[in-house]
Design a protein around this ligand. Structure first.
Ligand code: SF4
Ligand code: SF4
Length: 99
């Protein structure tokens, strides 16, 4: 988790001083469950990368796009990907990214 700032260093109103900084904030340690993806069963239907609210399921672009491993640094463990996968190749398991 990011180091907390003393209150004197926090901008007035908590405003964001630098735009486009979301990549600096790794939110993956918020999750209780993590998605475990079975790449062999995956049909690359592209449903989960589109519906992931964190945009943390990378896709290799090309004539036939290919889903890549979830970026657990940003995944919040919401489980939407597991719910929507038509072939049920994502299982939500308890534990964080390092387990
Ligand atoms: S659990 Fe949620 S945030 Fe994580 S990859 Fe799946 S849809 Fe995205
Ligand atoms: S929804 Fe399931 S089958 Fe489709 S890309 Fe995601 S993991 Fe693969």
């Amino acid at each position: 988790m990011a180091e907390l700032k003393p209150y004197r260093e926090i901008p007035i109103g908590g405003r964001i001083e630098k735009a486009g900084n979301s990549e600096e904030f790794k939110t993956g340690d918020w999750k209780t469950f993590k998605p475990v993806w079975n790449s062999e069963k995956c049909t690359n239907c592209m449903v989960c990368p589109v519906l992931c609210p964190e945009d943390c399921i990378p896709v290799e672009k090309g004539e036939k796009p290919v889903r890549k491993e979830t970026d657990l640094d940003y995944c919040k463990g919401c489980g939407i990907c597991a719910q929507v996968c038509p072939v049920k190749c994502i299982e939500m398991k308890k534990g964080d990214a390092d387990e």
